[in-house]
Ligand binder design. Structure first.
Ligand SMILES: Cc1cc2nc3c(=O)[nH]c(=O)nc-3n(C[C@H](O)[C@H](O)[C@H](O)COP(=O)(O)OP(=O)(O)OC[C@H]3O[C@@H](n4cnc5c(N)ncnc54)[C@H](O)[C@@H]3O)c2cc1C
Length: 269
């Protein structure tokens, strides 16, 4: 099939299962490179999602998707998240901005990020993916047609069969393909339960506020409490291996380093 042509919805270069932010980002990048994409999700947009507080990699990633952060602010979808303030019972509040190190190579993150209306952001990315020509099928994938490790298609709840040269499992915690293909998952610690809600209140500042009823050293270490500045500095210093890799990259250029690593891997089979 000619990859530049429009997909006939059921046959495409790439089938993306899941239209959350990860699946949508994949749709945008693939369409930007001229591949035909069909994306399947059980729920049609708009749909509610949690995840309003974006990390510092997000503005750069959104820009690469073609989403202008300034437009998100102007359209009321986002506000700036400039710093973090911790209110601890019986203690003066402490405030921090992200460490300068996150702006260095290899991360090169920005030091101001965003709070977003997640439903509105996801819908903006969805509209963008659709405008670029991604096709959407609003049906749950209920079956994966696989022979060994090779996927030949997937089947939706209404029995519709979708075929593609490549498949991306972007079903999030549902782990659609990995469950269907018995790929083991890695569990981190005990199963967790999250509760969340929204409170109306005056904005305290342009950032994140944490309220603690008692000191939590680990929390302070993670956030860089001024009393633990020395410990944090050590934690943020790149490891010996990372420093060696950076030195090699400086010497040969990062493309060469990647090629060396790939060649080494293919040499092992
Ligand atoms: C309580 C809570 C708070 C959070 N807070 C933050 C935060 O502040 N900041 C932040 O960045 N992140 C936060 N997150 C994490 C964030 O919500 C997720 O990381 C993000 O939504 C993952 O996106 P995703 O596209 O990988 O998966 P999802 O958003 O889960 O999307 C997966 C999609 O796949 C679809 N799907 C699943 N199975 C199938 C199937 N069989 N067939 C078809 N479609 C299927 C689903 O309908 C869904 O739309 C939070 C998460 C929780 C639970």
């Amino acid at each position: 099939m000619n990859s530049a042509s429009r997909p006939s919805a059921d046959v495409a270069d790439v089938a993306v299962i899941g239209a959350g932010i990860a699946g949508l980002a994949a749709c945008v990048f693939l369409r930007q490179r001229g591949l035909s994409v069909v994306c399947l999700d059980a729920h049609r947009y708009p749909h509610h999602k949690v995840g309003e507080s974006l990390d510092w990699s997000s503005p750069g990633l959104l820009r690469r998707l073609g989403i202008d952060v300034k437009h998100l602010i102007a359209d009321g979808i986002a506000t700036y998240k400039k710093n973090i303030v911790v209110y601890e019972t019986g203690k003066p509040e402490w405030r921090l901005t992200p460490p300068a190190q996150i702006g260095w190579r290899p991360l090169r993150f920005e030091t101001v990020t965003l709070h977003v209306d997640r439903a509105a952001l996801d819908e903006r990315v969805f509209e963008h993916a659709r405008a670029l020509g991604a096709e959407f099928i609003w049906e749950r994938v209920t079956g994966v047609d696989a022979v060994g490790e090779r996927v030949n298609g997937c089947v939706t709840a209404t029995g519709r069969r979708v075929r593609a040269r490549w498949y991306i499992d972007a079903t999030g915690t549902a782990r659609g393909f990995s469950r269907a293909m018995n790929i083991p998952s890695v569990e981190y610690g005990r199963p967790k339960v999250c509760l969340w809600t929204y409170f109306d209140g005056p904005p305290l500042h342009e950032g994140t506020a944490f309220f603690l009823d008692k000191p939590r050293r680990l929390f302070e270490l993670g956030l860089g409490h001024p009393d633990f500045a020395h410990t944090n500095e050590r934690r943020l210093r790149p490891s010996r291996r990372a420093r060696a890799r950076a030195a090699t990259a400086r010497r040969f250029g990062s493309e060469d380093v990647r090629r060396i690593r790939l060649d080494a891997r293919s040499a092992h089979g």
